[in-house]
Ligand binder design. Structure first.
Ligand SMILES: *[C@@H]1O[C@H](CO)[C@@H](O)[C@H](O)[C@H]1NC(C)=O
Ligand SMILES: *[C@@H]1O[C@H](CO)[C@@H](O)[C@H](O)[C@H]1NC(C)=O
Length: 232
């Protein structure tokens, strides 16, 4: 008996160590795990992309679901905003990669309905139109007395750029500017975070309205609301 036992044990342990059986089982288990992980990733992705699509479409009406919005945003930020103005639609592309923080902030303000019924407070022909409260605008002379642009301008200095005033970046408001001409020292004044891709004619129509001596339009022009889109 005492002699048989160790032999049996030896045989058993040899059988257990048999390399093919163990590795086949391991391979099957590993494959199962990989399949499960992939399936759950696909499910998660579908869940979030569906969710962010819904959010993007209804963002200006759906203010309560803010947590879902900020989560969904991380996965799929809307890249375009359509400003519904009293003169027509202006579609802007948001520079999600170039100015991620300010685009984030803009989207948050859209979600809060900040731009609903926002007036264009200043219109300066061949320079800029400005929506929001007056402080961000500064002195109109800053805009008008800089003279004509000259020399090479970077793409950021082209017309139809969308920006917000630098001075108010960390305060409560969010005003918006759309340039209507290349402005030499634009980046001194504004954080550019997008550009007009459709509705340049609407911008120009706004530019043509009559203004008083403070560049305030005589008839009110406003942004009724903003719709966010992932594609246009
Ligand atoms: C924008 O506002 C108008 C009325 O002011 C409303 O009819 C429209 O549904 C709103 N659009 C969005 C996307 O909220
Ligand atoms: C734009 O505003 C007008 C007038 O308030 C409204 O009738 C229209 O539904 C709005 N469009 C969108 C897409 O919200």
């Amino acid at each position: 008996m005492a002699r048989i036992k160790p032999q049996t044990l030896l045989q058993q342990s040899k059988r257990k160590k048999g390399p093919t059986r163990i590795s086949v089982t391991t391979i099957i288990i590993c494959n199962l795990i990989v399949v499960l992980v992939v399936l759950s990733l696909v499910a998660t992705y579908r869940h979030w992309s569906r969710r962010s699509m819904n959010v993007a479409d209804s963002v200006s009406q759906n203010f309560e679901d803010s947590e879902a919005f900020s989560d969904a945003k991380k996965y799929d930020l809307p890249g375009f905003a359509i400003l519904n103005t009293s003169k027509g639609y202006i579609t802007v592309e948001l520079f999600k990669e170039g100015s991620p923080e300010i685009v984030d902030k803009f989207l948050d303000f859209c979600q809060k309905g900040h731009f609903n019924n926002m007036h264009f407070q200043h219109v300066i022909k061949h320079f800029v139109i400005h929506g929001g409260d007056s402080q961000g605008f500064g002195a109109p002379e800053d805009w008008t007395q800089k003279g004509k642009p000259h020399g090479h301008l970077s793409p950021k200095h082209e017309a139809f750029m969308l920006g917000t005033s630098k001075s108010k970046e960390d305060k409560k408001g969010f005003d918006i500017f759309i340039t209507t001409a290349p402005i030499q020292d634009l980046s001194d004044k504004l954080t550019v975070f997008g550009r007009v891709v459709r509705g340049e004619d609407v911008v120009q129509e706004i530019e043509e309205v009559d203004t008083d001596e403070h560049y305030k339009p005589k008839s009110s022009i406003l942004i009724k609301n903003v719709t966010l889109k992932r594609v246009v």
